[in-house]
Design a protein around this ligand. Structure first.
Ligand SMILES: CC(C)(COP(=O)(O)OP(=O)(O)OC[C@H]1O[C@@H](n2cnc3c(N)ncnc32)[C@H](O)[C@@H]1OP(=O)(O)O)[C@@H](O)C(=O)NCCC(=O)NCCS
Length: 302
């Protein structure tokens, strides 16, 4: 798949971050752990010429499509360089900042969206036991200015056509998914997107909010206790289509159990109510599914 990416330097010279840039961006902008910053600096020094070319080509794919509304399917990082995708992402921070400035987006929001990078490095360390960024392509939206953290939720400008929908995403860090937090975020998005992208959205009512997640499986409400926020979040959506009958093992293992997909069921942790409830479902033969839904604004009184 690397062959599908633009050639090195095709759009703009790749200004590879140096060790000081990596440290400053990760610690000051992304809120990364010091050990992730240290390992990233070591990984930078270990890149060979092929890996640097791969980083350059990934960077070119970002700057070739600023504002783009699709994820760019970068190839997996080679095993020897599990942090390869991090460097083009960091190299594109100045491009993202320029895009944000051109759309009147405050630097505070630029910092907030980058905090996801620190989080995903922490998650990768937990999942894999070492520094890695297995979801580097996820950040191709952040860096091209088509994803924003507005309060508890992230919103991506997604889908083809002149009026993309607002895809809703939920970071693991950021606290409980209460109705109030969701309402505040959605209200913010209804103001933010027409202001930042007036050519796309005429006003707050012009936005359609969509979410696709394990959180929307309606059967969760049969297994989770009443005090749990997750079923309430799912109930805000009008579901569309059916779930995949094969289920969603990779997302559940990652987001609920904090384990890689190859972890056997018997080795999954049961440290809290969610994990125990999802496990009880698995043992009873439930194939948990990702579902897609359209946010019903009336249910948020919006
Ligand atoms: C979405 C999320 C913020 C909801 O958290 P919440 O509002 O606390 O959810 P609930 O009120 O339903 O939690 C009920 C219980 O499950 C636990 N829990 C919730 N999400 C958990 C998670 N991802 N991993 C482990 N435990 C979790 C809570 O601690 C609580 O347990 P307790 O009663 O034993 O203390 C949380 O699940 C999360 O961080 N998920 C990871 C990110 C994610 O899945 N994003 C969507 C990707 S498609």
């Amino acid at each position: 798949m690397t062959q599908d990416l633009p050639q090195p330097g095709a759009v703009k010279a790749y200004s590879a971050p140096d060790a000081a840039d990596v440290r400053e961006l990760l610690l000051d902008w992304c809120g990364a752990l010091p050990e992730d910053a240290d390992d990233a600096v070591a990984a930078l020094a270990a890149l060979d010429a092929d890996a640097v070319e791969g980083a350059d080509r990934r960077y070119q794919s970002i700057v070739a499509d600023m504002g783009g509304t699709q994820w760019i399917p970068w190839p997996r990082s080679p095993e020897a360089h599990p942090l390869l995708g991090l460097f083009p992402v960091l190299a594109a921070v100045p491009d993202m900042l320029a895009f944000h400035r051109a759309h009147g987006v405050d630097e505070d929001l630029s910092r907030k969206v980058l905090a996801d990078l620190g989080e995903k490095l922490r998650l990768n360390r937990r999942l894999h036991g070492h520094a890695a960024l297995d979801v580097a392509p996820w950040f191709t939206r952040h860096l091209r200015g088509s994803l924003y953290q507005l309060g508890r939720l992230q919103f991506g400008v997604e889908g083809p056509g002149p009026k993309p929908f607002a895809g809703m995403h939920i970071r693991g860090e950021g606290g409980p998914l209460t109705r109030e937090a969701v309402r505040e975020s959605v209200e913010w998005a209804m103001e933010f997107f027409p202001a930042a992208f007036p050519d796309r959205y005429a006003g707050p009512d012009d936005l359609e909010f969509v979410c696709e997640s394990w959180l929307l499986d309606p059967r969760l409400r049969e297994w989770l206790p009443e005090r749990s926020n997750i079923p309430g979040f799912g109930a805000l959506f009008d579901l569309q289509g059916e779930g995949d009958p094969a289920g969603n093992r990779s997302d559940l293992w990652r987001f609920v159990f904090g384990r890689t997909e190859d972890t056997p069921v018997e080795d999954l942790p049961g440290d809290n109510t969610l994990q125990r409830s999802v496990m009880a479902g698995i043992k009873a033969g439930v194939t948990w599914q990702n579902r897609r839904g359209r946010l019903n604004l009336h249910r948020l009184a919006l």
